[in-house]
Design a binder for this molecule. Structure first.
Ligand SMILES: [Zn+2]
Length: 177
């Protein structure tokens, strides 16, 4: 497959991140983790024979998060991708909130979401797949799309595990495709 792999959020011109940050709860920064995980995932997907374009928004350039959308969608629409995958981490004010979930909009997206969720749930608590109609990466891409909330960046236990197991996480996601 020809896959577009995008990293959710960005680092703005003023130095702030548009992502969640669980550092104060013993976790860490969503964007930074997903950016790192995406390099592992790209390798694992390529090893399975997929063609992968990885997209990270330029850092210290945008002044608002809405610029991320235009940047990513322009890239997605320029090529005929079979699948778009966007990486995110969940966040909660409840320190015990945990687990993985994969979001989708279309029936085509759900096929991939189901497969990824099944594999990811071997590493994190299974929160199931969820249909969302209000996210641009799911409702404005030409290709079927999934948004993976890998785990909670606000959960200390999950953060510690995930930080030490990026390659393993990338492998199980790649195995699903
Ligand atoms: Zn996010």
């Amino acid at each position: 497959m020809r896959i577009l792999l995008t990293v959710g959020h960005s680092k703005l011109k003023n130095g702030s991140y548009t992502s969640a940050d669980g550092t104060e709860m013993g976790g860490g920064n969503e964007y930074k983790f997903c950016k790192s995980l995406s390099t592992y995932l790209k390798k694992e997907l390529q090893a399975k024979g997929h063609e992968v374009d990885r997209v990270v928004c330029p850092e210290d350039v945008f002044t608002k998060s809405t610029e991320e959308k235009q940047y990513k969608l322009a890239i997605e629409k320029a090529t005929n991708y079979d699948l778009t995958i966007e990486l995110h981490l969940n966040a909660s004010s409840n320190i015990n909130a945990e687990g993985c979930e994969v979001l989708y909009k279309t029936a085509n997206g759900k096929k991939y979401a189901d497969k990824i969720q099944k594999k990811l749930a071997t590493l994190f608590k299974d929160r199931g797949v969820k249909q969302r109609n209000d996210l641009y990466i799911l409702n404005q891409t030409r290709s079927p799309a999934v948004l993976i909330e890998v785990f909670f960046c606000t959960n200390k236990k999950e953060w510690k595990y995930a930080k030490a197991n990026k390659k393993k996480i990338a492998k199980v996601i790649a195995k699903a495709l």
